[in-house]
Design a protein around this ligand. Structure first.
Ligand SMILES: [Zn+2]
Length: 421
């Protein structure tokens, strides 16, 4: 049931972009007699009760109307509540479609800061989100300023919020993870937990990827320890059904326990290794290279990459300063690249070295060397050619969709520069 478009959408969070056209029209999935799932790029759920319905997440705007149509075919009952598992755009795009007079919209309190943060930095995020998909950036309006976001929720809560509708009890728990406002909806009567994006059901051979503890497009730290305790909170409920923001339902407590435990243990392992390394004086780049999940507990890195997460945890705890006095100042090492290239005798030997590095299977070193030459001469054709080769090499060797996107963006930019000469 998992489609590539689902993954693309998953990567779209906070981008405001739409995914490629759907390959096939999704069909509604009946979870039980009361719960229905519209399995779009971002899943939309409808819980029916004798006193009206509850919508859990509303999808990305480009798909929200289709998802609503599918679910409305199952029940036309009044929408009494909309619950948002978190404030990423792929989950809040259909609020306006579902909202009726008197509908309560519920989110965890940190939702307010999350959506404001996205609006506050819209001009910063737009090109980064577009580059992740090798697309031109969308038009952004004037900077919205602080607290410029539309706040849809009518109810926000801190730790726990409960209500009952038509005899069905709903418990909403704060479960920070992929975002600080993540919540889990627990329906005890159905032993069902809706956990949003706190589980990443992508990858092969098992639908489970290491999470994005750091998102390349830019994110505040996503606290590993919060994420772990949130998963523990879900496991303690002993659910029989887990429904997430993307991907298929997980059915049966044994399978849920196995998958979520494996997922949380991977986060815990990486977190603990970073902390151990930091305390023993290792720098962030060493840890990015060294930390791997133990054999037998490894996960796909198709969505989140361990090395980026290592750096996210390290920087989240300690910030950017690496104790090298040179780093305290406002000139990066690249400020002296042109001088070094000049000392080397100009671009030609440096490009040759870059190609040698590439030949030796060291594409990142090759990229750095082309950075140096292009700082000396931004239009140097041999350096652009070597750069293109290094980017294409890396693109051919990654399973990570986000890395692939930024590499393709780099390839497009480099080719455009070569063509303009
Ligand atoms: Zn999502």
């Amino acid at each position: 049931m998992f489609r590539i478009s689902s993954l693309v959408l998953a990567l779209c969070i906070a981008s405001g972009m739409t995914a490629n056209a759907q390959q096939d029209q999704p069909k509604v999935v009946k979870i039980n007699d009361s719960i229905y799932m519209a399995p779009f790029g971002a899943n939309v759920y409808l819980v029916t009760t004798p006193a009206g319905n509850v919508v859990i997440d509303t999808g990305i705007s480009s798909e929200a109307a289709n998802a609503r149509e599918l679910l409305r075919a199952e029940s036309h009952g009044p929408v009494k509540y909309i619950i948002l598992t978190h404030g990423h755009v792929d989950h809040i795009g259909g609020i306006g479609l579902w909202k009726e007079a008197g509908t309560e919209i519920i989110a965890q309190r940190n939702y307010v800061e999350l959506v404001n943060y996205v609006v506050r930095l819209e001009g910063f995020f737009a090109p980064r989100n577009a580059a992740a998909f090798n697309r031109p950036p969308k038009e952004v309006g004037p900077w919205a300023g602080n607290f410029g976001a539309k706040i849809d929720p009518t109810v926000v809560f801190d730790e726990k919020h409960e209500f009952s509708l038509g005899g069905v009890q709903f418990e909403l728990l704060s479960t920070p993870g992929e975002t600080p406002d993540h919540l889990t909806v627990w329906i005890p009567a159905y032993k069902t937990a809706f956990i949003g994006d706190n589980y990443n059901g992508f990858g092969e051979p098992e639908p489970m990827s290491f999470p994005n503890l750091f998102a390349l497009r830019g994110t505040k730290p996503r606290w590993a320890l919060d994420w772990i305790s949130s998963i523990d909170k879900v496991l303690a409920l002993k659910p029989e059904i887990v429904l997430s923001g993307h991907g298929d339902p997980i059915i049966g407590n044994a399978e849920i326990t196995r998958r979520l435990t494996r997922f949380r243990n991977a986060i815990q392992y990486v977190h603990d290794e970073v902390v151990k390394g930091m305390n023993s004086g290792k720098d962030v780049f060493t840890l990015m290279r060294e930390i791997k999940l133990p054999a037998g507990s490894d996960l796909s890195e198709s969505f989140g990459k361990i090395s980026w997460s290592v750096r996210g945890i390290y920087d989240g705890y300690a910030g950017w300063f690496d104790m090298n006095p040179s780093t305290m100042y406002d000139l990066p090492p690249s400020a002296v690249y042109p001088d070094l290239v000049k000392l080397a005798g100009g671009p030609e030997p440096v490009v040759r070295l870059a190609l040698d590095k590439l030949e030796a299977g060291k594409p990142v070193e090759a990229l750095h060397l082309t950075d140096a030459v292009l700082a000396f001469d931004p239009n140097n054709s041999p350096a652009l050619g070597a750069r293109l080769k290094a980017l294409e090499y890396l693109r051919g060797h990654t399973e990570n969709y986000i890395e692939a996107g930024y590499l393709e963006y780099g390839i497009t930019q480099t080719k455009a520069k070569l063509a303009s000469k």
